[in-house]
Write a protein that binds this ligand. Sequence first.
Ligand code: SAM
Ligand code: SF4
Length: 354
Amino acid sequence: MSVVNLGLPRVPATQDLPARPRPDNPALVDTFGRVATDLRVSLTDRCNLRCSYCMPAEGLPWLPSENVLTDEELLRLLRIAVNRLGVTDIRLTGGEPLLRPGLEGLVAEIARLRPRPRLSLTTNGIGLAKRAAALRQAGLDRINVSLDTVDRETFTRLARRDRLSHVLAGLAAAREAGLDPVKVNAVLLRGVNEHQAPRLLRFCLEHGYHLRFIEQMPLDAQHGWNRADMVTAQEILDALRAEFTLTPSPAKRGGAPAERWLVDGGPGDVGVIASVTRPFCAACERTRLTADGAVRSCLFSNDETDLRGLLRGGADDEEVARAWRMTMWGKLAGHEINEAGFAQPIRPMSAIGG
Ligand code: SAM
Ligand code: SF4
């Protein structure tokens, strides 16, 4: 396999925690000077779709329910994150977060944390039509809905369920409820929806949704990812440029993973998240919590720290905060997908929280 130089410091995946002592800083700092303020929380590993780039058709063995954090445990961890660790943004994801019982109540509790975090949700949109207004009312600020195609047959093939109309109704309800912005996440698969990028963009522009294409990453449970089949950011941009004029967006990127372009002079825009071909690890601001209470410094981490065990073992808040800080201190420079010897993480995307 060829090795691509990412322009990032190269650190072997097998490294031990950095020997450098951690400074006395309450925030989630790492040895490369990054500070994690954006927390991705998986509420469940379960899902009601079977997107082929994520899960096998038969699904996965789900986490036993006694291993999943209770609302009380989860809220305690989120309080620690906001009060002690400087987390300012919380995104709820999964698996499919709308399957978490009592989601609206959980959102309301999170919105009561002070300082109040910005609160967003990533969902496949099934069932959202009936719940968007209540989620907004409970305090949800923003939403990302995953939609890879607006063609019913392609949707059914890709997600292995005939649910396109449910997702479209969910999107419309999100906009109606005042969630702003409503973003659409799309993954393109070679030979499935690879030629549908312009059509999807036209649909999103017409409805006022902000479209983001995400390069397919090696995070599927069945380990089916292969570099040659991945539709690259460059290919996506070339296909869009055949039908639209794209100019770099003046919006500040900061730690955001998407490179953004104005479409036909704006105001509509489109983003491309080139996780594999143009990694943005050097600007990463993320920390991750799995549904069973493990903290991870990266989607691609090989290690994680079990905070649920600490909670259930009687640790106090500062002990939990310390363990979280040490996990992030050990964050590697980059994800190493483009390095020889890259090994996919054991947990698939659906169990980490995408
Ligand atoms: N079920 C929800 C959904 O689909 O939005 C939330 C969880 S899903 C894992 C979060 C995001 O990850 C989705 O936008 C999905 O398209 C994306 N995703 C899943 N597997 C992926 C992969 N192998 N590469 C890139 N993105 C992926
Ligand atoms: Fe479910 Fe989201 Fe994975 Fe699709 S991408 S199978 S909706 S978790």
